[in-house]
Design a protein. Sequence first.
Length: 584
Amino acid sequence: MTKKRSETSQAAHFSTLQKSPTGINGLDEITKGGLPLGRPTLICGSAGCGKTLMSIEYIVRGALQFNEPGVFMAFEEKPEELALNVASLGFDLDQLMADKMVKVDYVHIERSEIEETGEYDLDGLFIRLGYAIDSIGAKRVVLDTIENLFSGLTNESILRAELRRLFQWLKDKGVTAIITGERGDSTLTRQGLEEYVSDCVILLDHRISNQISTRLLRVVKYRGSMHGTNEYPFLIDDEGISVLPVTSLQLNIDVSTETISSGIPSLDRMLGGDGFFKGSSVLVSGTAGTGKTSIAASFAHSTCLDGKKCLYFAFEESPMQILRNMLSVGMDMSKHLKSGLLEFHASRPTMYGLEMHLVAMHKKIKRFKPEVVILDPITNLITVGSVSEVKAMLIRLVDFLQNERITVMFTALALNNTLNEQTDEGISSLVDAWLLIRDIEFNGERNRGMYVMKSRGMGHSNQVREFIITSKGLDLVDVYLGPDGVLTGSARQAHILREQTGIALHGQAVSRKDREISRKRKLLESKIASLQTEFESVEEELNKVYLEEELKNQILETTRLEMLEKRRGVEGNNKQKSPGSKKK
């Protein structure tokens, strides 16, 4: 039981490799935390790929961000040259050296001035490097570049032995080291050995495709740690090196039920009433002149009016052009630029390769932290890459934005050719909502019709709406179906006028019939009243005869009764006076 617990504890110890964070944007994410702590790392590549800049940034960021002093031993550039070079990245190397956080040791090696007498070893280098490390308590070390140490050495066995000694010495010293090396013809380095004795190997590449340069990074190996294995584009600008982990995220991100307005109330109603879901992706496609940029600008304008940030990437028009054009439709977007809610980034797609565009956008989004991002138009990117490459780039961008809960709107130009139809289909399958604007030509006019092709999770309208652009803004109106199909523009207005005229005539006809019915009703009502009066007269006459007859009968009956009473009284008197009665 004790043995099993010991083995479990030992396995847990070895599974958690300690790492030294580089501070380089994106590189720590790819390496799952940084470079192996206390072990040597090889950065190799051809000339101009960025080996020296990456290694010096590792030293500088270690001093500035992690309070770890570092030694940079250069075999090619002098300290003042290095300080001048990294100043373009915003680093003050002279101040760091004055603060004893960084020590730059320049070792000049000129093989033509060295006479080989006896065995070659690096004991002198170890003494010099050890003193530099101890003088400032360095935790990080860079040797740039290793080929200069062995230039002109013909004995390969000695070279291999000294390389192993160097790497082992750095491990024993307990420093996290970076060794830079030139790429060989068929190997990662000139000697072909450094990549085997290093615990981590990072390969930098500088490629030219279609006259467009792209810098790429790949972690070839990393002992004891998981790491990203793909090629990652990286950018060198005035803020240093930025690496973008462009692998697609797993489809397990959280989603939001919160909505954001499109800026067009009638379009919001077509989408179910409230607009797009927050964090969703929207595609607006159509032919030239259908108003795609106007819809994108309206979305940006509405976002800024709500007090939210919007980042607008323009690949076709300059910001001043967009601002001027939107004034003609009643949108003053310059105030959003002044308030800092809106930011434009305009460039031609041919300025970078696709991966470099992705890195630049990723970096600007991370810095600005917008809630809405607009790319207008994405079809221009086809000039620097194939359809599949553009789709792969957009998949990575959509995954990143969804993970950040950022709503993105793409505009795409649709043309009547096979290439762009494939592009539309490929891109439209990625997005959550797709708005398609088509030209409707009828009656000698060119008008616009909008279709909501899809809107995931929303009970959207399946009807076509006419999309109109006026000096007061954008709107969607109902289209009319006539004998010849869908009616838009002046044909729709004429149809509406005819309908209104028909309604007016119908109203007059109905009113005339209502008056006729009213007259007939009054006539009938007067006849009914006359008959009612006549009936009441006859009824009254009949009642009079009946009452007279009844009164007459009552009088006769009364007279009869009175006569009967009188007879009874006479007869009674006669009986009292009869002869047979005697008086006493």
